[in-house]
Design a protein. Structure first.
Length: 389
């Protein structure tokens, strides 16, 4: 019997969601306190209580190489679910070193696989591919083969090679029945993302709807965010956000900021959209840049970025109009605005005064005058204004 036989059996029970075996292990006499705490941390993470899981793991001092590896591995998972990718990388790299020292094949597969995911999220494609290939060398059984195919699909998508991405994805989907609930949900999540990037919006929506019914989804904020935005896109409701921010989104800093960026753009509040975007850039400096830009071209195809682009105003340099005074100021403001602007902001910019409702009637007359003098269309959408040719 191996040194950690009872613990490894409990890990298998955790993966299979066998609560009877897990309860027996955590409450019984078999296994060390460290082993029991590792299982408790996994259980807390599965329930979405990442703070408790992290507290358990950070208070531990494992006594063997394998348990050290397991602590770093589980902590990396917990950090990744809070979108702390760089910290997750450090933990996963330490896990890999300990798994290598312990000659643990299962751990070598999982650590390399997770590292490929983390590097992918940070846009470091070559390093991500290296760890995909490393995990492939240690893959055992159809479930792990499916995971490798899924990782390759994500890699090809970042290179904008969607035929290859969909091909690898379909290989992973063929083996989906061999996956546990958590990995099955993760595969459906990837499928939704890749089909969306490839332009198959309705197929993507069906996958996200399936995912939203899963009992074990971990990225609940992302799933809820993508579901609501994509459903609005497919249904053509006119607005991307038509309801209050869901609590699960509000509790996740990344997706709360994403939601607020879209909400601000939709309402024509460019300055507040820029403020939220700057916070996203600070969180993910390897993914986002100033000016509502992504550092990697493939990220422009994300649901989030496609939603943003749909709200942006296309700038035109060839309107060719001869204006003066306030009509010219309104024209220039609309022409140079990155997004359609609210009436209140337009009044402040054109009159150079804080917004006052008493200026509304003068603003509406100015809009009509500009329409007449410029022969251009000024469109009002969702209480915002923009120029269209």
């Amino acid at each position: 019997m191996s040194l950690h036989h009872h613990y490894l059996r409990a890990v298998e029970a955790y993966v299979a969601n066998d609560q009877a075996v897990l309860t027996s292990f955590t409450n019984g006499h078999e296994g060390s306190q460290t082993e029991k705490n590792l299982i408790r941390a996994r259980q807390a993470a599965k329930l979405g209580d990442y703070d408790r899981a992290q507290a358990i793991l950070e208070s531990m001092h494992p006594e063997t190489t394998l348990l050290k590896a397991e602590r770093h591995f589980v902590l990396a998972n917990v950090l990744s679910h809070n979108s702390l990718w760089q910290r997750a990388l450090i933990e996963a790299q330490q896990a890999l070193c300990h798994y290598r020292e312990a000659a643990n094949v299962r751990g070598l597969f999982l650590a390399n696989y997770n590292l490929s995911v983390y590097y992918n999220r940070l846009g470091l494609d070559d390093v991500s591919l290296f760890h995909i290939k490393e995990s492939e060398q240690h893959a055992q059984g159809p479930a792990q083969v499916s995971l490798v195919a899924r990782a390759l699909a994500c890699h090809h998508a970042r290179l904008l090679d969607f035929p290859q991405a969909i091909s690898a994805l379909e290989e992973a989907l063929v083996l989906k029945d061999h996956l546990d609930e958590v990995d099955h949900a993760a595969l459906i999540s990837v499928a939704a993302d890749l089909y969306f990037r490839a332009g198959h919006l309705e197929v993507a929506l069906r996958f996200i709807e399936t995912l939203s019914r899963s009992r074990v989804i971990r990225d609940k904020a992302r799933v809820r965010f993508d579901l609501m935005i994509l459903r609005s896109m497919v249904e053509g409701t006119g607005k991307l956000i038509t309801a209050a921010m869901p609590e699960v989104v509000a509790e996740n800093e990344e997706y709360r900021l994403r939601w607020e960026v879209i909400e601000c753009l939709q309402s024509g509040d460019w300055s507040q959209a820029e403020l939220r975007w700057s916070r996203l850039c600070a969180l993910f400096p390897l993914r986002f840049a100033a000016g509502l830009k992504c550092l990697h071209a493939s990220d422009e195809k994300l649901i989030f970025m496609v939603a943003i682009r749909s709200l942006m105003q296309v700038r035109k340099d060839s309107f060719g109009v001869d204006l003066a005074g306030k009509p010219k100021k309104l024209f220039e403001t609309l022409k140079n605005a990155p997004v359609p602007l609210r009436k209140e902001e337009l009044i402040e910019r054109v009159w150079g005064l804080p917004y006052d409702p008493s200026l509304d009637s003068r603003f509406y007359k100015l809009v009509e005058r500009l329409r007449k003098d410029s022969k251009l269309s000024i469109e009002s959408v969702n209480h915002t204004y923009r120029l269209i040719s």
